[in-house]
Ligand binder design. Structure first.
Ligand code: 3EB
Length: 324
């Protein structure tokens, strides 16, 4: 009798994320690369995304490398690349061409959902969202809240098994510009929540009609890296330390450490944890740098000028924590 077919493939090693000073150095195994701000170079390569957030300090390029040859293409507002079992896909669109913030978010997620549903890499692990004037509008009409409604409306079948880890940040460029990009692969990761925080999709009504649809982190399929969502000074469901950058940084670090523990990663944020810090006010950059120098001096860190989706929050940090 023949043995039943065995699963012989293993989960693929996660993309390696690094920050580089060389701009535009995309190799055959580069899945995606990101420049930041208006002075980032313009490259005619679907793997190259110019993120509409201004960097503080040296212009760095974020590079994702995979184990395998990468190819990519474009389809209208969507571009993609794949290699080594990983898929990068991004949509850039204008809200004024799609009926406003909510409709544009629905459109972007609909495009991405359909594309991923037709791909071999159907498991979305991580997603980033950058929209303009994120805190403009009052109460339920704040633009971030409209974005949340559109986002969930456009999330198709590929999101039905659970939400990916995510970041949603406001940029200061053209307010109509929406940028959404994701990382997916061919098997599911493990969603990780933070025991110090109410899961975002269970936030009470006071934060809007539609709760934000994201997980706090994803342990990628091989278990080799934790992809960490935008993390801020939120305890339970409440924002902590309004107006106090140092206290918000300390609370954010506690949340990051809680996430590492919840994800089963070794404690400590160092050279194996490339991070991005989104800073609302330029005057807080020195405080952020000083905090990082004291608490995680070895972590590769990129500082970006961005608005956090709650007006009282001054700082948010996201990134990756590799096991080795
Ligand atoms: C929070 O903890 C802060 O809407 O995708 C962090 C990460 C936040 C992702 C999102 C929002 C999002 O609620 C805000």
């Amino acid at each position: 009798m023949r043995e039943p077919a065995r699963q012989t493939t293993h989960a693929r090693a996660a993309p390696r994320v690094r920050y580089s000073h060389e701009s535009g150095e995309l190799s055959a195994s580069t899945l995606a690369a990101f420049g930041f701000g208006a002075s980032a170079p313009v490259l005619d390569d679907p793997r190259w995304l110019r993120v509409a957030l201004e960097p503080f300090g040296d212009p760095l390029v974020e590079v994702w490398e995979v184990d395998g040859e990468v190819h990519g293409g474009r389809e209208g507002e969507l571009r993609w690349s794949r290699g080594g079992g990983w898929l990068f896909a991004a949509v850039e669109c204008r809200e004024d061409e799609h009926g406003g913030t909510e409709a544009a978010a629905r459109h972007a997620y609909d495009l991405l959902s359909r594309f991923v549903a037709g791909a071999a890499e159907q498991h979305v692990q991580r997603i980033w969202n950058y929209l303009g004037a994120i805190n403009a509008g009052q109460g339920d009409d704040e633009r971030y809240k409209h974005f949340c409604t559109g986002r969930i409306g456009g999330m198709g079948e590929v999101f039905a098994q659970g939400y990916p880890a995510a970041t949603a940040i406001g940029h200061g460029a053209d307010p109509a510009l929406l940028q959404v990009y994701l990382l997916a692969t061919d098997r599911s990761g493990t969603r990780v929540e933070n025991p110090r925080q109410v899961s975002a999709w269970r936030y009470p009504r006071q934060y809007g009609r539609t709760p934000p649809s994201f997980a706090r982190a994803t342990l990628l399929p091989a278990g080799d890296v934790l992809a960490i969502s935008g993390t801020a000074a939120v305890v339970g469901h409440a924002s902590a330390h309004a107006g106090d950058i140092d206290a918000q940084l300390a609370e954010t670090l506690r949340n990051l450490e809680a996430l590492l523990a919840a994800g089963g990663l070794p404690a400590g944020i160092g050279r194996l944890a490339p991070l991005k810090a989104y800073v609302r006010q330029a005057e807080h950059v020195a405080a952020v740098r000083a905090f990082a120098a004291k608490h995680f001096p070895d972590a590769p860190l990129l500082l970006l000028h961005g608005d956090i989706c709650r007006a009282e929050l001054l700082i948010e940090i996201d990134g990756w924590r590799y096991r080795t």
